[in-house]
Design a protein around this ligand. Sequence first.
Ligand SMILES: O=C(CO)[C@H](O)[C@H](O)COP(=O)(O)O
Length: 215
Amino acid sequence: MAILAPSILSADFLNLGDNIRKLENAGIEMLHIDIMDGHFVPNLTFGPALVEYVRRFTRLKLDVHLMMTNPQDYIDEFCDVGADYITVHQEACMHLDRVISLIKKRGAKAGVALNPATPPSTLQYVLDDVDIVLVMSVNPGFGGQKFIERMLFKVAELDRLRGDKYGYQIEVDGGINNKNVKSLVESGADIIVAGTAVFRGDIIENCKKIGAIIK
Ligand SMILES: O=C(CO)[C@H](O)[C@H](O)COP(=O)(O)O
């Protein structure tokens, strides 16, 4: 059984509040928020102010994904505005162990994201401490891209690796839809991030359809 975490990157920004209420009505528990810096990824999105407004508006768990260089400089700010989960990129952290400690010291759950080309073995010495490993199933930066099939092997590898030894959850993000979501859950995914598949069309219907597949 997995949960769906809609990515607000694909939401209607002029009706964000309405979109979030629809997600709540559809039984969603977690909202995924991509922070892009135009440097680590070739796109720009939100800052802490957006997270603060969303925090005031909803009780959904806020899953903040920092797609940025030097994420350590912004951990405090995102914790101050109410992030429940903060995920940093393995590729962006020179001192990953220190960044994970910083997130946990602030009382948030710590995630580490892997770009498609980065293997799980790079996390060997931090797996004890992470709450989430986020497998990027597209090259990060944009919604609406094609799912990279090989990432199913990475999810399965992380599932094998955790066995009874580690407690991390496996999250997957990018190009996920009604057709490929089942194989991800069967491979071991616990949290499914989806943008286009949730926000294009009827939000509540889309959430229910995906929800029924991943239960
Ligand atoms: O990280 C991302 C893109 O880099 C996003 O979470 C993105 O919103 C996923 O969108 P889609 O489901 O349309 O692929």
